[in-house]
Design a binder for this molecule. Structure first.
Ligand SMILES: Cc1cc2nc3c(=O)[nH]c(=O)nc-3n(C[C@H](O)[C@H](O)[C@H](O)COP(=O)(O)OP(=O)(O)OC[C@H]3O[C@@H](n4cnc5c(N)ncnc54)[C@H](O)[C@@H]3O)c2cc1C
Length: 465
């Protein structure tokens, strides 16, 4: 039973993957652990409960992943997507450690399944959780409870009393009532600040009113801001985040994975003036899906529409919402409240620029446009086979990259360059150390699992000093 009069060895803030990995590791190392989750039990688990897979290196095929995916290729992939904005020492350490996480996860109750087929084609690089992130978290919570981790739900950590480099106490709001918790060491695993619309507004202005937050509404960045205000060293650009184009009909928060759309390479994308604005076929989808949230965010009204015809209908995983159908582009425009003449003109111009080629939905094919700005460099086929279909798109924010700086022991770094004595961080709250920009599918869970384990172990070690 949680006991707020007790001095725990380790206090873990958060209830997602990173927090659970930290709590399990700290407990395994012999520490008494209190885990504090802001959300109620029914929606515990933050963004992590929406996940499906994690990226893990492996030198040879495993029962879960095909072929090999070694450190070098993993590092090259990370370097490319981040444009070098990553801490190489921490990144390489994370990549190497990712090779060991699957057996550890299994030993704590997580079950895996053969990779899912779909547009991201991750069977070589990523291990898929049986039942997704929710089943993973349920398994971790069950194991944590069995091991004697105390869990408090409906409890927000509002601030940490940081005395020079040592956290003395956590100020809580428990079911709306003030409380405090004390521990010898603290692990901050409270996620990003993507659900704090006022904070996002500082960088994006009123465009934020049209952003959809794909995951938990509890990721408000309260602990992050508190730590930065008290002298923790920041890392990452506050405007950088993982953002994908999702179905505009998704709920404001927590729509999860079923609102994502993978149709863009197979159609054209227009803004509300019915004009195209970016190459829809620039590269294979796993390398491009995470740029489209930002692209849509930069359009007027932060809205866009993917326009397709019947040839494309079966090539992608649809969202949970039905496509808008029509017999002509003009009719489709009317249904989308776009200017019919403008959309007809955009489709006509696009179709006229398409050059013959052999279409291959699974590879960078030779189907491209000629003399069109912006071009469509692959999978360009005339949009001419009714029924026509469309999906409205909005920016779907997954998680923000501004975080606290950490070292290889997951210790939070202070602005004077020294590490905090008893404060550790893991997961989204420190992901900016490795992700300055860009994203590699499955890397969020890798960061949380690797740093969660380190933070838990180091916090337990500190508590026994
Ligand atoms: C729809 C969707 C699909 C995704 N799919 C994948 C995927 O397949 N693979 C992958 O690698 N990544 C995926 N991600 C990203 C992934 O979810 C994250 O990178 C990872 O789960 C982050 O884990 P975390 O524990 O740091 O944060 P979270 O899981 O978000 O946990 C943060 C926790 O902190 C709690 N909290 C916040 N503030 C406080 C406070 N003040 N006091 C107490 N508790 C607090 C929250 O309630 C929450 O429990 C996906 C994200 C979304 C939204």
């Amino acid at each position: 039973m949680p006991d707020l009069d007790r001095l725990y060895d380790v206090l873990v803030i958060g209830g997602g993957n990173a927090a659970l990995c930290a709590a399990l590791s700290a407990r395994q190392a012999g520490a008494s652990v209190l885990l504090v989750e802001h959300a109620p039990r029914e929606v515990r688990g933050g963004n992590s409960r929406h996940t499906r897979d994690l990226r893990a290196m492996h030198e040879a095929p495993t029962s879960l992943m095909t072929d090999a995916y070694g450190e070098r290729e993993y590092w090259d992939d990370l370097l490319r997507v981040t444009g070098g904005q990553t801490d190489e020492r921490l990144a390489r350490m994370t990549i190497r450690a990712s090779g060991e996480v699957v057996p550890w996860m299994e030993s704590h109750g997580v079950r895996f399944q053969a990779s899912l087929r779909g547009t991201l084609n991750l069977s070589r690089t990523n291990a898929f959780f049986l039942g997704g992130g929710k089943a993973l978290l349920n398994a971790y919570y069950r194991t944590a409870e069995r091991m004697g981790v105390d869990v408090l739900y409906d409890t927000e950590v509002q601030s940490l009393k940081l005395d020079r480099s040592t956290v003395r106490e956590a100020v809580l709001s428990r079911n709306g009532f003030p409380a405090t918790a004390r521990a010898r060491a603290v692990v901050a695993a409270a996620g990003g600040f993507q659900a704090n619309l006022d904070w996002l507004r500082q960088y994006w202005g009123d465009a934020v009113d049209n952003f959809l937050i794909r995951g938990t509404p509890y990721a408000r960045g309260r602990v992050l801001k508190d730590l930065l205000d008290q002298g923790a060293a920041p890392v990452g650009d506050p405007t950088q985040c993982h953002a994908v184009a999702i179905d505009a009909r998704a709920p404001r928060f927590d729509g999860g994975i079923v609102t994502r759309l993978d149709c863009i390479p197979f159609g054209i994308v227009v803004n509300r003036t019915a004009r195209r604005f970016y190459d829809e076929g620039e590269d294979v989808w796993p390398k491009r899906y995470a740029i489209w949230g930002r692209l849509v965010a930069q359009q007027p009204g932060q809205i866009a529409y993917c326009i397709l015809d019947s040839k494309a209908e079966r090539l992608f995983m649809p969202s949970v919402f039905p496509a808008v159908h029509a017999n002509t582009p003009g009719e489709l425009a009317a249904r989308l409240e776009l200017d019919p003449g403008a959309l007809e003109e955009t489709v006509r111009t696009f179709n006229a620029a398409v050059r013959p080629g052999t279409f291959d939905s699974q590879a960078l094919d030779g189907c491209a446009t000629e003399g069109l700005t912006p071009p469509k460099t692959h999978w360009a086929r005339a949009i001419d086979s009714p029924p026509y279909l469309a999906y409205p798109l909005r920016p779907g924010i997954t998680f923000t990259y501004l975080g606290v700086k950490v070292n290889e022991r997951a210790q939070v770094q202070l602005q004077d360059g020294s590490p905090a004595a008893n404060l550790f961080a893991c997961g989204e709250i420190m992901a900016g150390n490795l992700l300055g920009r860009g994203y590699l599918a499955g890397f969020g869970m890798t960061i949380g699992t690797v740093f969660g384990r380190i933070a838990g172990r180091e916090a337990a070690l500190h508590a026994r000093l």
